[in-house]
Write a protein that binds this ligand. Structure first.
Ligand code: DX5
Ligand code: ZN
Length: 224
C-alpha cells in the first residue's frame, strides 16, 4: 500500500486550514509540511505556530520535513505543536543518532532525509533507529522542480538494505517532482510514501490528482 502525502508548500497559505481539510477529504494519507530556514535551503517557509494552526483541521498525521540547520533546537516545539513524524537531514545533523533519539523520546516518529547527491552509505548505520527514510528527488528549497531520476538507484538501495536488515516497517518516502509518471518509477524502486506538492495543490481537482498518483504508485509498487 502506498501513502500519498500532499505538500502544503504548494497550497494557498492564506487559507491553509481549509486546504488541509480539503486534502483529507480528497483522500490524502498524510499532510507533508515543509519547514525551511533560509540557511540550509535558499527559502523560508514556516515554523511551529503554523503547525499548531493547522493541527485542529485534520486527523491525518502531520509529516514535518525540517530543512533547517541545527534542527535540535526546534524539535520539541514542532512535536508540541502537533507534528506526528519529524524528519531531519543527515547533512544538517553532526550527531544524527542523538537527534533521532530525541525525536522518539518526545513521542514522534523519526525520519532521516538525504539530498540527491548524498550517498545511502551515510545513513546505513542509523537505519535500525528510524521509522522513515526520505530520499529527496530534487534539491530541496522549492516546489515544482524536475524529478532527478538518478535517485531511483538510491531508493532501490535503501529498500534492499531494509529487507536485508529485517526492517520492513520502515517507510521509504520520496519528495520532489512527483507526478503519476515519476510516482510509478519511485514506487517500482521501493518507495511507499509519495510526497506531491504542485501535482496535487496545483491542480483544480485534487481528488482526481491524488487518485491518479495513487493508482500509478500502487500498480508499480505491487509489481516491484
Ligand atoms: C522541496 C520540498 C517538497 C516540495 C515538493 O524542497 O521538500 O516537499 O513541496 O514539491 P513538488 O511536488 O512540487 O516538487
Ligand atoms: Zn518536503
Amino acid at each position: 500500500m502506498v501513502k500519498i502525502a500532499p505538500s502544503i508548500l504548494s497550497a494557498d497559505f492564506a487559507r491553509l486550514g481549509d486546504e488541509v481539510r480539503e486534502a483529507e477529504q480528497a483522500g490524502a494519507d498524510w499532510i507533508h509540511v515543509d519547514v525551511m530556514d533560509g540557511r540550509f535551503v535558499p527559502n523560508i517557509t514556516l515554523g511551529p505556530v503554523v503547525v499548531e494552526a493547522i493541527r485542529p483541521h485534520t486527523r491525518l498525521p502531520l509529516d514535518v520535513h525540517l530543512m533547517i540547520n541545527e534542527p535540535d533546537h526546534y524539535i520539541e516545539a514542532f512535536v508540541k505543536s502537533g507534528a506526528d513524524v519529524v524528519s531531519v537531514h543527515q547533512e544538517a545533523c553532526p550527531h544524527l543518532h542523538r537527534t533521532i533519539d530525541r525525536i522518539k523520546e518526545l513521542g514522534a516518529k523519526a525520519g532521516v532525509v538525504i539530498n540527491p547527491a548524498t550517498p545511502v552509505s551515510l545513513i546505513e548505520p542509523i537505519l535500525p533507529d528510524v521509522d522513515l527514510v526520505l530520499l529527496m528527488t530534487v534539491n530541496p528549497g522549492f516546489g515544482g522542480q524536475k524529478f532527478i531520476s538518478r535517485v531511483l538507484d538510491k531508493i532501490g538501495q535503501v529498500r534492499r538494505l531494509l529487507v536485508e536488515r529485517g526492517l520492513p516497517h520502515v517507510d521509504v518516502e520520496v519528495d520532489g517532482g512527483i507526478n503519476a509518471q515519476t510516482a510509478a518509477l519511485a514506487a517500482q524502486a521501493g518507495a511507499n510514501v509519495l510526497v506531491a506538492g504542485s501535482a496535487v495543490f496545483g491542480q483544480a481537482d485534487r481528488q482526481a490528482a491524488m487518485a491518479t498518483i495513487r493508482e500509478a504508485g500502487e500498480r508499480a509498487y505491487s509489481r516491484g
